[in-house]
Design a protein around this ligand. Structure first.
Ligand SMILES: [Zn+2]
Length: 546
C-alpha cells in the first residue's frame, strides 16, 4: 500500500514537471532582472520580457516571464535599464552621413583660424576639387560677426569652397564657388540674402541664397550615398536610436533607403519627409502615404523661414539686435496654402519649419484654414521656437503638433535674448506650454545641427542647462519637461508623430522589439550623470545591432 502510494506520488510529480516544462513556450529571447520602462500609456515598469520573431510577446515580472517562456537566448540584465528604442523625431539622416563622409567637420571650431586649419587638413585627405565644410558657428568666436571670404580666397584661389553654418541656413562661399553659382554683385534671390559691402560680396549667403549655392555642389552618387547612410546608421545605433527622421528627401534617396532596408543592410527605421518638388509630389501623393515595416513616407516638409542664429527667422517685430530686420519669409503665402490643400486631399501630413513668431503665426493661419478645427491629421510645426502668446492655444485648437529640439534651447539660450529681447524670450523654447496644448509633442535633435545623442535631448529637456550644469536652476525652468514626458518625447510620441504608434515606440506585447539597454536608470540617476550614461545594447526587431 505504501509503495503504491509513493509510486502514485512520483508519477504525479513527474507528470506535473513534464507539463510544466512543455507548457513553457519557446521564444527567441528572454531578458530578465532588468528595469524596463515600457513607456506605454500608464508608464508601466516591468523586469522581464519575451521576444519572438522580432516582436515583444510578453512583458512582466521575472517569475511570470521565466515560468511561461524559455528563450533560445536568455539575458540576465543585472538590473540594467531598458527603454523603447530611441526615435529622433527631426533629423537629417542622409545629410549627417554625407557630412561624416564628405565634409570637413567644423563643429566646435573656436576661431576662423581653426576653421582654415581644419579645411586644409580635410582637403589634403579628400583630394576633391570642391572643398566642403559644415558646422561653423561664429557665436563661438571672439569676433561674433559673420566672417568673410578674403582668407578663403587666399588659401583656395582655384578650388570652390562652400562652408555651411551649424544651422544649415547660412553658407560662406569663396569667390571661385560664387562664380560657379553665377552669383555676383547684381544677383538677388527671393527668400534669401547675399551679404555685400562697398568692396563687393562677402561670401555670406542666407537661406534661399545659401540653398542656391548648395545646389551647385556636385551631387553624391548612389555609392557615396550608400556609404553615407551606413556610416550614419552605425553612429545612430551606437546611441540607441532605432528610428531616425529625414526631414527632407527626394524620391531617388527614398528609393535607395528602401532598397537598402529590403536587402537587410540598413536596419534602422526611417521616417522620410518629402521635399516639396513636383517630381516627389506627383509620384507619392496620388498613392497616399507609404508604409513598409522600416520606412514611413507620409509627410511633406515645408520651410516658412530661416534660423534665429543668422537672423533669418521671420519675426512679428524687428530683431532686438538689428533695427528694421524682421527676417525672411521663404515663399509667398499662396505657396503654403496650395501645398497644404494638396496634402490634405492626399491624406499626407504637412511638417513646416517655423522658427520666428511670425513664421509660426503664418503656418498656423494656413493650417487652420485647411484643418478647420480638432482633427487627427497630425500636421506638425518643426521647431515651433518662438510662438506669440496669442498663437499658443491655436496648437490645441487645431491639433497642430509641435516638433521641438530640446538641445536647440540649450545651444541658443546664451544669445537668444539678444535677438529677441527680454519680453519675447519668455515665449521662446516654451516646451511645457507647447506640450500642454495637445498632451504630446515630438522631440528630436535636428542632427547634424546638434549632436545625434538622444540623451543630450533628454538632459536638455529636463534641466535646460549646459552640459557643465550652468546656469544654476536652468534657463526658464518653468518650461522644462518631466523625465517621463521627455522619455515619451523621444520614443512613443515621435512614433505617433509619424502615425506609427500602433506598431512601435513602446515595450508592449505585439509591438516590434526595438529597444535599448542602458548602464544607468534615466528615471532616477542624478542630472549630471545623464550625459555619462552608456548604451549597452540596441536591438532592432529583436536582433542586437549594437
Ligand atoms: Zn531640420
Amino acid at each position: 500500500m505504501k509503495n503504491q502510494y509513493l509510486y502514485f506520488i512520483t508519477i504525479l510529480f513527474l507528470t506535473t514537471m513534464n507539463s510544466c516544462v512543455n507548457s513553457r513556450k519557446s521564444v527567441d529571447l528572454v531578458i530578465h532582472n532588468a528595469i524596463i520602462y515600457q513607456v506605454d500609456s500608464a508608464f508601466s515598469t516591468a523586469s522581464a520580457m519575451a521576444i519572438d520573431q522580432g516582436k515583444f510577446v510578453a512583458v512582466g515580472s521575472d517569475q511570470a516571464i521565466l515560468d511561461q517562456y524559455s528563450g533560445y537566448e536568455v539575458i540576465d540584465a543585472e538590473r540594467a535599464a531598458i527603454c523603447p528604442g530611441f526615435n529622433d523625431g527631426h533629423s537629417h539622416f542622409l545629410g549627417y552621413g554625407l557630412w561624416l563622409t564628405q565634409y570637413a567637420n567644423l563643429v566646435g571650431a573656436e576661431s576662423f583660424d581653426q576653421v582654415l586649419e581644419l579645411l586644409l587638413h580635410h582637403h589634403e585627405n579628400s583630394g576633391e576639387e570642391w572643398v566642403l565644410g559644415r558646422g561653423w558657428d561664429q557665436n563661438l568666436w571672439e569676433n561674433k560677426n559673420f566672417p568673410d571670404n578674403t582668407r578663403l580666397d587666399q588659401l583656395f584661389p582655384n578650388n570652390p569652397v562652400v562652408l555651411i553654418r551649424i544651422d544649415g541656413h547660412a553658407v560662406l562661399a569663396n569667390s571661385a564657388a560664387l562664380k560657379r553659382a553665377g552669383i555676383d554683385k547684381q544677383t538677388t534671390i527671393a527668400g534669401g540674402e547675399i551679404k555685400k559691402t562697398e568692396h563687393g560680396l562677402t561670401g555670406i549667403l542666407l537661406d534661399n541664397a545659401a540653398d542656391h549655392m548648395k545646389s551647385f555642389v556636385p551631387k553624391p552618387d548612389s555609392e557615396q550615398k550608400t556609404k553615407a547612410l551606413l556610416t550614419a546608421q552605425e553612429k545612430c545605433l551606437a546611441k540607441g536610436l532605432t528610428t531616425v527622421t529625414d526631414a527632407g528627401l527626394d524620391k531617388e534617396d527614398i528609393f535607395l533607403i528602401d532598397s537598402l532596408q529590403k536587402s537587410g543592410i540598413l536596419k534602422i527605421k526611417v521616417y522620410a519627409m518629402l521635399n516639396p518638388t513636383d517630381e516627389n509630389l506627383s509620384y507619392f501623393l496620388p498613392a497616399g502615404p507609404l508604409r513598409t515595416p522600416h520606412l514611413t513616407v507620409s509627410s511633406i516638409k515645408l520651410y516658412a523661414d530661416g534660423a534665429l542664429g543668422s537672423r533669418g527667422a521671420l519675426m512679428i517685430e524687428p530683431y532686438s539686435d538689428e533695427a528694421g530686420n524682421r527676417g525672411l519669409q521663404l515663399e509667398p503665402t499662396t505657396y503654403y496654402d496650395s501645398l497644404c490643400g494638396l496634402a490634405y486631399e492626399s491624406g499626407f501630413q504637412v511638417n513646416t519649419h517655423a522658427i520666428g513668431d511670425q513664421a509660426n503665426r503664418l503656418v498656423i493661419d494656413v493650417y487652420a484654414k485647411h484643418l478647420k478645427g480638432k482633427n487627427d491629421r497630425r500636421w506638425r510645426i518643426e521647431h515651433a521656437q518662438v510662438v506669440h502668446p496669442d498663437d499658443l492655444h491655436r496648437f490645441g485648437q487645431y491639433a497642430i503638433i509641435p516638433s521641438i529640439q530640446s538641445t536647440h534651447c540649450t545651444s541658443d539660450m546664451d544669445w537668444a535674448d539678444e535677438r529677441l529681447g527680454a519680453e519675447r524670450i519668455k515665449s521662446a523654447y516654451a516646451y511645457q506650454d507647447l506640450l500642454n496644448e495637445n498632451g504630446w509633442l515630438v522631440n528630436g535633435t535636428d542632427f547634424p545641427i546638434e549632436d545625434i545623442d538622444p540623451l543630450h535631448s533628454y538632459y536638455a529637456a529636463i534641466s535646460r542647462k549646459h552640459p557643465d550644469g550652468s546656469p544654476a536652476g536652468g534657463f526658464q525652468p518653468e518650461n522644462a519637461l518631466s523625465r517621463a514626458e521627455t522619455l515619451y518625447s523621444i520614443t512613443l510620441w515621435p512614433a505617433k508623430g509619424s502615425f506609427d504608434e500602433k506598431t512601435k515606440g513602446s515595450i508592449e506585447a505585439g509591438k516590434v522589439a526595438d529597444f535599448v539597454m542602458l548602464n544607468n536608470d534615466l528615471m532616477t540617476l542624478s542630472e549630471h550623470e545623464i550625459l555619462k550614461t552608456k548604451v549597452r545594447g540596441t536591438w532592432v526587431d529583436g536582433v542586437k545591432q549594437f
